[in-house]
Design a protein around this ligand. Structure first.
Ligand code: HEM
Ligand code: HEM
Length: 187
């Protein structure tokens, strides 16, 4: 049972699966959005955008689920070997990595609603619009979606860079603790 929950030294299986599940979907979602948005106006564009919107709402639900799970099962404390300002930076970065995906997906949903592009989740569930169709507000939400997605991409570069620094330079256990035990030997 304890392997499923976070311990003082490591994330549990549930937090790990949620982390890597959301990460994998975001890595699909970024190129999917770019591909769909750059297709010429056509049925194919609408279809790919529909996959993008459905996947985006799936990501929103999973990130909210992660937040609930984090509240139930507190994450392991950061290693005491890190300087206080590094721990503060890591905490701020983790908060932003929850907040920005939520805001980016909400902006996408607002844009889709305002543009009259309602979400039909993978063709099986009609999702209510957040606001009524509004052609004046739609371009604003579109820009907001782009800006927040850009910010998320920048945060991810910083996050992956920090993880690489822990694994390759500091050689502490910060990378191992989000991976199933034994993937990386502790040095
Ligand atoms: C190759 C990609 C990624 C790597 C190598 C990676 C690595 C890590 C590592 C090592 C931690 C643990 C930090 C610690 O122990 O304090 C972590 C936590 C975290 N990662 Fe990632 N990550 C990746 C992708 C992502 C993505 C795409 C997201 C989505 C926004 C994300 C969001 C988070 C969050 C929010 C935490 C904090 C978890 C918590 O304590 O509640 N990561 N990641
Ligand atoms: C974390 C989740 C999301 C990411 C990473 C993401 C990423 C992107 C990217 C990279 C683009 C292409 C931007 C461009 O160059 O034009 C895009 C466009 C778009 N996204 Fe998202 N998106 C997410 C969630 C959503 C959601 C939840 C919706 C709606 C329910 C949505 C609706 C759209 C729409 C309609 C476009 C087309 C905008 C245009 O015409 O340029 N996205 N998204």
């Amino acid at each position: 049972m304890s392997r499923f929950l976070n311990s003082e030294e490591s994330y549990g299986i549930i937090a790990q699966v949620l982390h890597w599940g959301v990460a994998a979907l975001i890595f699909v979602q970024l190129p999917l959005g770019l591909y769909a948005a750059n297709l010429p106006v056509s049925l194919a564009r609408l279809r790919w955008l529909s996959y993008h919107k459905s996947l985006g709402l799936t990501i929103l639900v999973l990130v909210l689920l992660r937040l609930v799970w984090r509240w139930i099962d507190a994450p392991p404390p950061l290693p005491g070997t890190l300087a206080r300002r590094e721990r503060c930076a890591a905490r701020a970065m983790h908060r932003a990595l929850y907040l920005v995906p939520v805001l980016a997906t909400l902006a996408g949903w607002l844009y889709a609603s305002a543009a009259g592009l309602s979400v039909n989740w993978f063709g099986v569930l009609l999702i209510p619009d957040l606001i009524a169709k509004n052609t004046e507000l739609a371009p604003l939400f579109k820009v907001l979606h782009h800006v927040l997605v850009g910010l998320l991409a920048l945060l991810l570069i910083g996050h992956i860079g920090a993880a690489a620094r822990h694994a390759l330079v500091l050689r502490d256990n910060v990378m191992q603790r989000i991976l199933p035990a034994g993937w990386l030997e502790k040095k």
